[in-house]
Design a binder for this molecule. Sequence first.
Ligand code: E4P
Length: 214
Amino acid sequence: MRFLIDTANVEEIREIHEWGVLAGVTTNPSLVAKEGRDFIETLKEILDIVDGPISAEVISTDAAGMIEEGEKLAALSKNIVVKLPMTAEGLKATKYFAKKKIKTNVTLVFSANQALLAARAGATFVSPFLGRLDDIGQDGMQLIEDIAEIFSAHDIDTEIIAASVRHPVHVTEAARRGSHYATIPAKVFKQLIAHPLTESGLEKFLADWASMQK
Ligand code: E4P
């Protein structure tokens, strides 16, 4: 499984990118609104930092509007992935972009059937939302497993992005169950690194080394 960062905050992207583990970035309208900056300018800065898939979401709800917005976004770079909602209109736009060989990420996926529809429309990526399913008492992780099994059984090359990741267990489990990517907030990336035994172990190594120098 590869790592994406789920943010529109350029500083967070820069910081985690320096770790050398980032394959790309996902944004959504809420994340962009949180930063309060121009969307296109933000995307250009992100494109300068990370050489990989950068998901940029449309806000139109009709296929024609999605196509118009998506074409403008895709014109920014070959790394732009047009992010489209899992609706009938979103599927039409997905099909359109697939024919034009423009990458798409179908978002707001909450069932295996939605993932299969998106894949058959030609989506490059599907984004099942783990945390939001957990929030309503459903098993987000089982959804990842189901989609991975279905895609593998039918030789579907659409890739799965585990989204709405809230904690490190989501990351481990998404990897274990066959997700190709997880898109992770910066806060959770920092939790992935931390382990009390790593910290106390390093302290002890350094203390022992210092005692030998006396
Ligand atoms: C996915 O691409 C979305 O940007 C994101 O993961 C949503 O996460 P949330 O449920 O924490 O808002």
